[in-house]
Design a protein around this ligand. Structure first.
Ligand code: PMV
Length: 348
């Protein structure tokens, strides 16, 4: 039986997609399957204090503090998140929540916080739900947390567990679902068990076009059908590469996915660009470096200008040297974040 008041605290990481989710149907159903590395250093910590509202309520009330301060511009996002999840967790409407949230990475660094923040908030909600239904198994807990996170921000459903999570149906992933992320349980070569992601901060400003707008531009996109089928086949190829440890194959697929994502933006109506000149300068440097040294590093991009450098942990010394010598010059204020693949969210 649920107490009238209490608190829940979770930390959830960001994630970086290797095969990208871009385009969705009604109800946050992805147009194609995706697969990501769960990250570790880039995360959101959320603590929720809750108490029962007096009388009968039709909607939860909440106060939101971001890094200890009231941040009213986040309220509509949280409100519409609650609207979407109330049908699945109707008990929530009787409560008042005080939500305290903070990110490990600098605000508006161009690192998307929607995945980590929606995952952390969903886990807090589920923690409350577990008090109400104490017989809930861990499996159900994680699955429903991912399900709710998806309703907040699609890619957030891949931020609950780790280190490799898929979302969406694919013939080679039997556990795959459109409704929540699942840990990829297929065989994974040793080289991919400890992977680094160094995030080069190229541009810290607000995105000119939101991901929500980007997804909806896929609806009438000239290349939508081709893109969704490309994602399917790239995921197929990637699963083979993950099994056999082919780092060149990995780079080919992952870089193709990043550039295809941005190609969709450049060919939608209206068209737009999220890459910056320094994004391209970094990509060319990476290709040069790879040609010269045969080091196994590759890049990927999110819906933004920052560059994620992916490489095996044992290449770290070489790659960090390269970053310091050649790439830092293209980063805003010389900033980059050292992250790595991780195990998923943690209860605090
Ligand atoms: O979760 P959203 O709706 O913000 O979509 C983001 C999608 C990408 O980050 C661009 C790709 C992905 O699969 O994470």
């Amino acid at each position: 039986v649920m107490t009238d008041r209490g608190s829940a605290s979770w930390r959830a990481p960001s994630n970086i997609a290797l095969v990208k989710y871009w385009g969705k149907y009604e109800g946050q159903i992805p147009a194609n399957p995706s697969l990501s590395f769960t990250l570790s250093a880039s995360h959101t910590t959320t603590t929720t204090h809750f108490r029962k509202q007096s009388g009968t309520a039709s909607f939860p009330t909440f106060d939101l503090l971001f890094e200890g301060k009231v941040k009213a511009d986040f309220n509509p996002k949280v409100r519409s998140f609650f609207e979407r999840i109330i049908p699945y967790s109707p008990w929530l409407k009787d409560f008042h929540l005080e939500i305290n949230t903070e990110n490990s990475f600098p605000h508006s660094s161009g690192i998307a916080s929607s995945a980590s923040s929606m995952a952390a908030l969903s886990l807090c909600v589920l923690e409350m739900e577990r008090l109400l239904y104490p017989s809930m198994t861990d499996d159900v807990f994680l699955r429903k947390a991912s399900f709710l996170a998806r309703l907040g921000s699609g890619s957030a459903c891949r931020s609950v567990e780790g280190p490799l999570v898929s979302w969406g149906q694919h013939e080679k992933i039997s556990a795959g679902s459109d409704l929540f992320g699942t840990v990829y349980r297929g065989s994974v070569h040793e080289v991919f068990r400890d992977y680094r992601d160094t995030i080069l901060l190229v541009h810290k400003g607000q995105k000119t076009v939101s991901s929500t707008a980007g997804h909806s531009l896929m609806k009438d996109h000239h290349y939508a059908k081709q893109r969704f089928s490309q994602a399917h086949s790239n995921l197929s190829l990637l699963l083979d590469v993950l099994e056999n440890g082919d780092l060149e194959g990995f780079a080919r697929i992952v870089e193709s996915e990043a550039l295809s994502l941005h190609a969709m933006m450049m060919t939608s109506i209206p068209y737009y660009l999220l890459m910056k000149p320094n994004t391209l300068a970094i990509i060319e440097k990476i290709w040069e470096f790879r040609k010269e040294t045969e080091e196994s590093l590759c890049f990927t991009l999110d819906a933004g200008a920052n560059v994620h450098l992916l490489y095996p942990a044992n290449r770290e010394d070489k790659v960090l040297q390269f970053i310091k010598n050649e790439l830092v010059a293209y980063c805003q204020k010389g900033q980059y974040i050292c992250d790595q693949s991780g195990q998923g969210a943690k209860k605090l």
